[in-house]
Design a protein around this ligand. Sequence first.
Ligand SMILES: Cc1cc2nc3c(=O)[nH]c(=O)nc-3n(C[C@H](O)[C@H](O)[C@H](O)COP(=O)(O)O)c2cc1C
Length: 134
Amino acid sequence: MSQSPLISVSYISKATQDMGVLALMRLTDQAVQLNQKLGLTGALFYENQHFGQILEGPRTEVTKMWERIQRDPRHHQVRLLKMEEIGERSFTAWSMRFFLAKEIIAKMPNLTSVLDGLPENDVELLRLMRIAAE
Ligand SMILES: Cc1cc2nc3c(=O)[nH]c(=O)nc-3n(C[C@H](O)[C@H](O)[C@H](O)COP(=O)(O)O)c2cc1C
């Protein structure tokens, strides 16, 4: 596995079509398998045609995957929240942990309102995604 420093990338985006359960499972399966091979970990959120994702791992792999993800026709309006070097991973056990935001809305009603993605909400959104994934 690569020795490059660990970084994390977080973004939000909008699904180009309403994703059914099957499409979400296919996407997550694909992500889990490839992430395992590449040493990537993270969390993926989906609610009402909005995605949110935190992806972490060696810089080289994360950067390549980030390029790939941005080109994926299943979503658009991909907006980077943060890209930063990290000392350690937050999602050691998960090659990609998937959340339907509905599951966590009871805990955090703010999440859906900020998932709609006004730029001034970026910091709050990232904070909520991290808390939700804890
Ligand atoms: C919202 C979203 C998140 C994704 N996250 C990952 C991921 O974490 N890991 C992954 O391998 N692919 C992810 N993908 C899929 C990639 O964009 C891409 O389809 C996959 O890596 C296979 O690459 P290929 O189509 O070039 O073979 C994601 C796609 C979307 C739409």
